[in-house]
Design a protein around this ligand. Structure first.
Ligand SMILES: Cc1ncc(COP(=O)(O)O)c(C=O)c1O
Length: 395
């Protein structure tokens, strides 16, 4: 059957390709250590599951309003006020089918063909595809290793022109594991003042910050920032709810209304009983989330320290999310066990096939010098995988 040009142009997600190959090898009986997945290894907390079961038993199995129930949108607006200092009414919030859908739908709502979207490297693999699906053009900005790959006000200013419609800020960042400081974000806000540029602030890893790192919501920095920002978030990472598919967008009423119109035709509401579950998640014991965060912090520190002890690998300690993003480019040009390593794709392939360790190549994130390792797995797995990596690279 004919495939549309639009669909033909979309590559499969690189992160999913690696985990699929790792699973194939596992199915053949190979003992693979996988650092590929971008999802917590913890189970969804019981109190959240119980809320969903209660909702099903209460018959909450029918359609709701397309944008999500008023009760959930109110709970999200309260959370944004309480935790992020953001004043949104429930009508300024739309519940989406995961953060991924929030990215897609918000771009569909505000971008036109020919618009440019500033995307600093490294970026989450979905952004360029969602931008292109809206007809807009990603304007990829090279960032400096020295600034931990964060875009500077000077780089942002230089990138803006009359076609610029949006800039995507993702802090804490996937795949970089870095977090913008409030001062760094303020520098970006100042550059945007007087422009019409929309900020898509993807805050899905907000609860996962480490050490002295302080998370701040972009829209909370000033009135100007509030007016130009779409605040995007979700429940997958914070509450170990990747399979529940719940995320949200908050922003100017006219944008949220436009997203609601699109959503009413594309997906209708997010799963009805899952909406009750996330109301419970938001109102639950903060210690449960904090426990998961503390464990991620311990693993991230350990992984970065182990990676840095391997010759030919350089890794900044992550300040957020659950990824290490080491520079492995000093190995490019080498031949390991007969396989020539010319970039991150070869590096990841050879490491998986020869040492049975799955990492995600940096190329689809815009950074071919690096690979991404998720530390959403046990310390034992990290130790085992990095022992293998060390042995493999030192050949
Ligand atoms: C930066 C970022 N934003 C959004 C998402 C979307 O997550 P979900 O669709 O599970 O809510 C992800 C998932 O990997 C992510 O890494």
């Amino acid at each position: 059957m004919k495939i549309s040009k639009r669909a033909e142009a979309v590559p499969p997600s690189a992160t999913i390709s690696v985990t699929t190959r790792a699973k194939e090898l596992q199915a053949q009986g190979v003992d693979v250590v996988s650092f590929g997945a971008g999802e917590p290894d913890f189970d969804t907390p019981d109190y959240i599951k119980e809320a969903a079961i209660k909702a099903i038993k209460a018959g909450k199995t029918k359609y709701t309003a397309a944008a999500g129930t008023k009760e959930l949108r109110t709970a999200i607006a309260d959370k944004l006020q309480r935790e992020n200092g953001l004043r949104y009414t429930p009508d300024q919030v739309i519940v989406n089918i995961g953060g991924k859908h929030a990215v897609y739908e918000s771009m569909q709502a505000v971008l036109d063909p020919g618009d440019e979207v500033i995307l600093p490297i490294p970026y989450w693999v979905t952004y360029p595809e969602a931008i292109k699906l809206s007809g807009a053009v990603p304007k990829i900005i090279q960032t400096d290793k020295i600034n931990n790959h964060k875009i500077t006000p000077q780089q942002l200013e230089k990138a803006i022109n009359e076609k610029t419609a949006m800039v995507v800020i993702n802090s804490p960042n996937n795949p970089g594991g870095f977090t913008y400081t409030p001062e760094e974000l303020t520098g970006l806000v100042q550059v945007l003042e007087g422009t019409k540029v929309i900020v898509l602030s993807d805050e899905i890893y907000e609860k996962l910050t480490y050490g002295k790192t302080k998370f701040v919501s972009f829209a909370s920095l000033s009135d100007d920032a509030y007016n130009r920002t779409l605040t995007l978030n979700g429940f997958s990472k914070t509450y170990a709810m990747t399979g529940w598919r719940l995320g949200y967008t908050a922003g100017p009423l006219e944008v949220i209304k436009a997203m609601g119109r699109l959503q009413s035709h594309m997906t209708q509401n997010p799963v009805t009983f899952a909406q009750d579950a996330v109301i419970a998640a938001l109102g639950g014991d903060a210690n449960i989330v904090e426990k998961m965060r503390t464990e991620f912090e311990r693993r991230g520190k350990y992984m970065a320290q182990r990676l840095n002890s391997i010759e030919g690998i350089e890794c900044p300690e992550p300040t957020g999310a659950f990824y290490c993003f080491p520079d492995v480019s000093s190995n490019y040009g080498r031949t390991i066990n007969g396989m020539k390593i010319t970039g991150s794709m070869d590096f990841a392939k050879a490491l998986l096939e020869q040492a049975n360790v799955a990492v995600v190549p940096g190329l689809p994130f815009g950074c071919d010098g690096n690979v991404r390792l998720s530390f959403a797995c046990s310390i034992e797995q990290i130790t085992k995988g990095l022992d293998r990596l060390k042995k493999w690279i030192s050949q």
